[in-house]
Design a protein. Structure first.
Length: 181
């Protein structure tokens, strides 16, 4: 230390304090900071991928039949219910051959309704909805109900009736036909 620091105890204490802080920081950097971070422990007893079972996906579906030998013929019936002050749609999806499918998406579109014009308005807007409560099983109907808010169709003041809405299956996976025999 220089002569001036020896005579000033405050400067000595400051230098000693800085040395202690630097030593503590070096210790922390070499021990604590080098440890890998551990994520939260989440138990998923049914699945090893970290995602639990999904109701719209039957992992056994491909094993319950054979790959479908052609293109599907989906039919979608759309019903609009506005009785509770909401725009609630119910879709009934069937497949003419009786085939099954996982992860069915229905796209809804409107026609014959008066659309507002302006920035952000699209008179041909559609909305794709995942039927997330069930998969389409062999020879059965897939029923799905969802509420669609005004934000999804900004250009509509009047949503009309069920006749103003159509539905089309636009995506699916694991299209499966029943086993022959």
């Amino acid at each position: 230390m220089d002569e001036q620091a020896k005579g000033n105890p405050a400067k000595v204490a400051l230098i000693v304090g800085l040395v202690v802080v630097a030593a503590a920081a070096a210790y922390f950097a070499t021990t604590q900071a080098s440890k890998p971070l551990e994520g939260p422990v989440v138990a998923h007893p049914d699945d090893t991928t970290g995602v639990g079972p999904q109701p719209f996906y039957n992992p056994d579906l491909p094993n319950l039949g054979v790959p479908a030998p052609g293109d599907p013929k989906f039919n979608v019936k759309v019903e609009l219910d506005k009785t509770k002050g909401r725009n609630q749609f119910q879709f009934t999806v069937t497949e003419e051959h009786g085939w099954a499918a996982n992860g069915v998406y229905v796209t809804i579109a409107h026609s014959g309704l008066q659309s507002k014009e302006g920035r952000g308005m699209d008179p041909n807007r559609t909305l794709e909805i995942l039927c997330n409560r069930m998969w389409l099983d062999f020879g059965s109907e897939l029923k799905h109900t969802t509420t669609v808010g005004a934000a999804e169709f900004l250009e509509l003041d009047d949503w009309g009736t069920s006749e103003n809405w159509t539905g089309t299956v636009t995506s699916y996976s694991d299209l499966t036909a029943p086993k022959p025999g």
